[in-house]
Design a protein around this ligand. Structure first.
Ligand SMILES: Cc1ncc(COP(=O)(O)O)c(C=O)c1O
Length: 343
């Protein structure tokens, strides 16, 4: 038995998905001639009530494209200190767009309109960078799978409008937020200038993300995708996985959430654990007491063929996903009981 809980990206396509993929009609998507990619792009744009969507190989590339088309070199964007665009995109914000980040220190990667307002550089003060964009992540990854309250998102949108700022949503796991709180995708489509969504996280696809935007921004996004080298040819086979996942794999995320909650309950009973970030969806971030080492815990679990990931600062992350079955779950909970961590 090998229980991999490092991320929800470790899933392999199911038999149903592979069959669906094999039957896809394809064409050359760089010429926009792939019917399955076109179908997926239309479907996702409709789902969010936005004019356009564009298929990409990765969530990093959709975020980077959004930032590129919404900013100019020298600008500054506002995001959480836990955000993926700041922490895990290889410094692409500065490399690709010449933009710096003003970080907000909110619990779970969430923040309020007043925090955004305070983070905006005065536009008439020529010494500071021009603030041009606010980036939100829903659900938050490093923030522990937390979901945004829609009123907070609306209040931040008002601050953006009053201060001429664009508004981007990194919705890599927006599907998990939907299953948790039922907020319709259209609500996000009404608020944001650009939204990136991933098919390769909880939805079980091998590859694929989409960037949603207006007709006007679409031309810029297409050009930027080209410049970043992200045009794909017979990518309909990959888009077919996305179509399959949107039909079959959203509702089942509730099982990942239930298992994550059960893991949280178990962790709270263990004496070497200092804090578990309250679990809302499929991500569990927890911290060890200062006298214990995360490296030792990872090793102990590896000895039992269980993998979890180190997040730094004596924090660790567990992510539940569709390939984490009931058998794996019972084995994992049982193994946690048997851990004897030395301080
Ligand atoms: C919140 C968030 N945004 C973006 C990404 C980037 O996605 P990808 O790995 O497809 O580049 C990830 C990846 O885990 C993520 O968690």
């Amino acid at each position: 038995m090998n229980v991999n809980l490092i991320s929800d990206t470790v899933t392999k396509p199911s038999k149903g998905m592979l069959d669906f993929m094999l039957n896809a009609s394809v064409g050359d998507d760089v010429f926009k001639n792939d019917p399955t990619v076109n179908q997926l792009e239309l479907k996702v744009a409709d789902l969010f009530g936005m004019e356009k969507s564009l298929f990409f190989p990765s969530g990093t590339m959709t975020n980077q494209t959004a930032i590129k088309i919404l900013t100019n070199p020298g600008d500054q964007l506002i995001c959480s200190k836990y955000s993926h665009v700041y922490n895990y995109e290889g410094g692409g914000v500065s490399f690709n767009s010449g933009v710096s980040c003003k970080l907000i220190d909110g619990e779970g990667g969430l923040f309020k309109a007043k925090d955004v307002y305070k983070a905006i550089n005065p536009p008439d003060f020529y010494h500071s960078a021009k603030t041009s964009l606010v980036c939100i992540e829903n659900t938050t990854n490093k923030g522990g799978g937390a979901c945004w309250n829609v009123n907070d998102l609306k209040e931040i949108k008002s601050v953006c409008d009053e201060n001429n700022l664009f508004y981007h949503l990194d919705g890599a796991r927006i599907w998990n937020a939907y299953v948790k709180n039922g907020i319709d995708f259209i609500e996000y489509g009404n608020l944001f200038d650009t939204i990136s969504v991933c098919l390769s996280k909880g939805l079980g696809c091998p590859v694929g993300s989409l960037l949603l935007c207006s007709e006007k921004l679409y031309e810029k996004a297409l050009k930027t995708r080209k410049m970043l080298g992200g045009g794909m040819r017979q990518s309909g086979f990959l888009a077919a996985c996305g179509l399959y996942a949107l039909e079959n794999n959203i509702d089942r995320l509730k099982y990942d959430h239930v298992r994550a909650k059960e893991i949280e309950e178990k962790l709270l009973k263990l004496d070497f654990i200092k804090k578990v970030q309250p679990v809302e969806t499929n991500i569990i971030i927890f911290e060890l007491k200062d006298t214990f080492s995360s490296k030792d815990l990872i090793e102990e679990l590896q000895n039992k063929n269980i993998e979890i990931i180190n997040m730094g600062d004596n924090k660790l992350r567990i992510v539940t996903h569709m390939d984490y079955t009931d058998d794996f779950h019972h084995y994992f909970l049982d193994s946690l009981d048997k851990i004897n961590l030395k301080s």
